[in-house]
Ligand binder design. Structure first.
Ligand SMILES: [Zn+2]
Length: 213
C-alpha cells in the first residue's frame, strides 16, 4: 500500500492523474476535427491542407469519401513529391471502418454529410484508438437545415472549424448554399451551375412542399 500524501487528502474525487482516462489507453493524440461550411467555402481545401501537413510530418494517412454513385472516381487528395494519396470511395461507414489499416494515424473524410449515421460511432472509435480524424462536410442543406450527421459529428469533435464562402449577391461572408435551379432532387450534387454561396441575408430558400423531406 502506498503512503498517501496528506496534502492530497480531500482531492480524492478529482482526477489526480490522466493515466486512468480512457483516452490514454490507446495512446495520446486521438481526436476529431470537423471542417464545415457551405458550398464553395473551401472545406476540402482545408482538409487537404491538414492532410499535407500530416504527410510532411511523416504520418500515415488514409482518406475516404462516400460513394454516391457507382462510378469509381477516386479524388487525388494530396500530392507531395512522390507521395500521392487518394480519397477512396466507400459505400458506408462500416466499409470505411473495415478499410482503416493498422498503423494509420490520420483518417481524413471528405463529403462527410453523405455518410450514414454510423459514421458518428466510427469516428468516435477511431479517435478512441488514438487516431486523428479530420472530416469535411456541408453543415446545412440547400434549405438551410442542419445536414445530418454533421450536427452529431460537430458535437463530439474536439475542434470545429466553420469556413465561409463569399456571398455572390453582396460580397459578404457566405454560410449557405443557394440552389439556383429548380428540380425535385434533394441530393446536393452539382457545382456552380446549380448552386451559389449566399449570406444569411441574401439566402432565399424555396418553400418546402408537403411530403418533401
Ligand atoms: Zn449576401
Amino acid at each position: 500500500m502506498n503512503p498517501r500524501d496528506p496534502a492530497l487528502d480531500g482531492e480524492l474525487d478529482a482526477p489526480r492523474s490522466t493515466q486512468s482516462l480512457p483516452s490514454q489507453a490507446h495512446g495520446p493524440g486521438g481526436r476529431i476535427e470537423v471542417v464545415c461550411g457551405s458550398m464553395f467555402s473551401g472545406k476540402t481545401e482545408e482538409l487537404i491542407r491538414r492532410v499535407k501537413r500530416a504527410l510532411y510530418g511523416r504520418q500515415k494517412v488514409q482518406a475516404f469519401k462516400p460513394r454516391i454513385d457507382d462510378r469509381y472516381d477516386p479524388t487525388q487528395i494530396v500530392s507531395h513529391g512522390a507521395i500521392a494519396i487518394e480519397a477512396v470511395p466507400v459505400a458506408n461507414s462500416e466499409s470505411l471502418m473495415r478499410r482503416v489499416e493498422d498503423g494509420t494515424q490520420v483518417v481524413a473524410i471528405d463529403e462527410a454529410q453523405f455518410f450514414d449515421r454510423g459514421i458518428v460511432e466510427v469516428c468516435n472509435e477511431l479517435a478512441n484508438q488514438g487516431r486523428r480524424v479530420i472530416l469535411a462536410g456541408l453543415d446545412q442543406d440547400y434549405l438551410g437545415r442542419p445536414f445530418p450527421p454533421m450536427p452529431d459529428l460537430m458535437a463530439i469533435a474536439e475542434e470545429v472549424t466553420k469556413v465561409r464562402a463569399v456571398c455572390t449577391v453582396c460580397g459578404g461572408a457566405a454560410s449557405r448554399s443557394q440552389r439556383i435551379i429548380h428540380e425535385g432532387s434533394t441530393v446536393l450534387v452539382g457545382g456552380s451551375d446549380c448552386y451559389e454561396a449566399r449570406c444569411r441575408t441574401c439566402f432565399r430558400p424555396r418553400e418546402v412542399r408537403a411530403g418533401e423531406s
